[in-house]
Write a protein that binds this ligand. Sequence first.
Ligand code: F6P
Length: 343
Amino acid sequence: MAKTIGILTGGGDCPGLNAVIRAVVREADVAGWECVGILEGWRGLVDGSFRDLALRDVSGILPRGGTILGTSRTNPFNLDGGVEKLLTNLRARDLDAVVAIGGEDTLGVAARLHREHQVPVVGVPKTIDNDLSGTDYTFGFDTAVSIATEAIDRLHTTAESHNRVMVVEVMGRHAGWIAVMSGIAGGADVILIPEQPVDYDEVAGGLRKRHARGKNFSIVVASEGTELPGVADDGEVDQFGHVTLSKRGVGDVLAREIEQRTGFETRVTVLGHIQRGGTPTARDRVLATRFGLKAAELAIAGEFGQMAALRGDDIVAVSLDEATAKLKTVPPEWYAVAQAFFG
Ligand code: F6P
């Protein structure tokens, strides 16, 4: 009987997921293996929800955003009997390997399942946040940065025409990668990220200085996870213990503080899920495809507990434990590149 790889996508959807699924199925087929889709992340393995994944099922999906398998933020370790059900379904469906495509949370579960229960799993690093260690870049990030950069370009016209400060809130969770990269690419005048402390007076002072030298508008890019003085979260968390950062309202708070301190008319745009939507960039399609091929290769070779990763221009295997041990946040050197253009 042909051996089988189960494929799942977990966490937030992300441009490039379908490109990975396609690549895994194509590579498996060459080796005479079959593939099965596990629906809605780890939930599908806990509930036993599967769908066939033959070559015809992955035809035409390369440029499609989202995931044909559905996704969820299910943590089997947080469900009553979740891990036992997952292990039972893994055996019942005769899965010889699982390719888990996800970020910190989904791959954290993969690492633990491998470590504690010897689940034959291989990881693929997905997230628009680019906050996974062990890989230079995750797929989805380039698309999100491109979308945010285009938004900043568009907001420039209104900022200039109306003499306004435009605050743009971008995603990224506890890492400021999207803010820093889109801010540099879009020519932001101030960029605020979770890794750097915020001083409202300093921000306002910088903007006043800029306006004093003849500029009548400014663009401020702020990451949703930026720690703002005097702002507390409401305590609501998901199955992985993450607070819903969109509720922090970073953009709105900043706009209010800036307007009060400078007197400049200020507006806020929250980009939200637009950053995750639609077709992946060419770069993300290529990266996702290379990750998918590597993941299938590792699964077929029985090299479990590993994750496909980008190091320089090479796709390599790194341990899932290493990749999920800590978040990859923005180092001061990167922030300094952004800062060189503030004000
Ligand atoms: O991890 C990807 C991400 O888009 C984060 O940038 C953001 O904080 C979070 O997911 C939003 O999650 P949800 O789609 O559940 O609102």
